[in-house]
Ligand binder design. Sequence first.
Ligand code: 5GP
Length: 190
Amino acid sequence: MDILKERILKEASVINNDVLKLDSLLNHGVDPKLTMEMGKEFARRFADSKATKVITVESSGIPVAFATALELGVPLVFARRKKTLLGEPDAYCERVPSFTKGIVTDLLVSRHLLSSDDTLLFIDDIIANGDAARGLIKIIEQSGAQLAGIGIVLEKSFQAGGRALRELGLHVETLVRIRSLEGNVITFED
Ligand code: 5GP
């Protein structure tokens, strides 16, 4: 998505060789028009998915997942991210490392929000190592729902997450792929 590449070049800052700061578009602020364009693009790419729900992880995945769900005309469910020492019998729960926070958190989804009749489209903001995605996939498996595909706004292709999901045979679509952040320079894949 060329418009997204342009906005990333204008607004993102490189924190180090592994981390991009993209607060104005994805992680702290939202451009509603651009977010709707992302949602339309995911809806187009997954038009044949027969998704009954869109699922994401709070909080940065929610705007683009909402836009996608609106375009597809289906509900949205977002996994809560919290650190809990209590058992949550009414929720599916998976413990995952957090890429940016350097801690582990739990992803929780209330059991009543997912059914084995669901076909889920997973939408998220950024993929790095793929831990959040793997956690959410395990929750989907626990629920008995089908996973129709995974749409990610920004893939850092020098990290293993996106590749690992494709190797599992999953349908993964990413709007922008970054090959490198080395030397403080954002280099996109073609
Ligand atoms: P993963 O679980 O794939 O390693 O990391 C995914 C999550 O970590 C994303 O949902 C995103 O919020 C956060 N994340 C990963 N890499 C970056 C990054 O370079 N910048 C920011 N701001 N967040 C990131």
